[in-house]
Design a protein around this ligand. Sequence first.
Ligand code: SIN
Length: 294
Amino acid sequence: MTLLANDLKLDVTPLSGAIGAEIRGVDLRDPLDDATIRAIRDVWLDRKVVFFPGQDLDPDQHLRFAAQFGEPTEGHPVIPGIDSHPEVFEIDYTASRELYASYGDISTRYRGIHWHTDVTFVARPPMGSILRAVVVPPSGGDTLFSNQQAAFEGLSPALQAFLSTLTAVHDGQAQFKGVFDRVGEGKWEGATLSKLEPVEHPVVRTHPETGAKVLFVNPGFTSHIKGLERPESDALLAFLYEHSVQPEYTVRYHWQQGTIGFWDNRATQHAVAGDFGEQHRVIQRVTLRGDAPV
Ligand code: SIN
């Protein structure tokens, strides 16, 4: 598929039935004109995650690219940014066993991260995340993405209606307490965080740009559903977690060094395949500010 934005051709290749597209024909080192930004945004909203292979951005260019689509956050509420660019944080999955052991679910054994939506443990979770593949293992280390609009639409109307009445609690403590203890304090929305407080979000949110209903719970940070007994909440969440990452809602992406991946954090979950053993894998990420889910 080729989209025309002004006189620039954007080559868009869908990657699976439900989610993901590769975009070629645009050099992200350069500032983009408004029509190109709009065209990329339209593909992004539709496909939920877009990848730009063959790019070669430095952290400055990465940040500048991100800022054309939203307001970069402080990086991450807990993980410190790189020295030159606090808004850009890095995960070197191989650098430090102790550091990643302290991430809890970022396993030193499997070196993967389980399914999650970024930073849902704050009141206004990010709108989107822009990842730069810095060091890619020769094999493995793919990232899987799942379309949470499609997951919601795949449920029966009766369950959709019930879920739409529910509120979930999201808590970053289990995953990030170890890192928090190490770094001492975090920063988010201009405030200094001395601890992570649980927050509440609707189980089904309305996407602020498309108006679509989206399933908005994830095993990374959702602790329980309010108003249900714990066994009921656990059973319902277990069902939703399994349902929401069925293969027909997903894409699995194999990175090349320099590829930029940009996902809509309001409509997706993602997970790193922890199959790269001792091989080196490094990513850098810029995160865009979002709004309170409704
Ligand atoms: C992340 O969860 O943002 C990291 C994804 C990845 O390393 O592929």
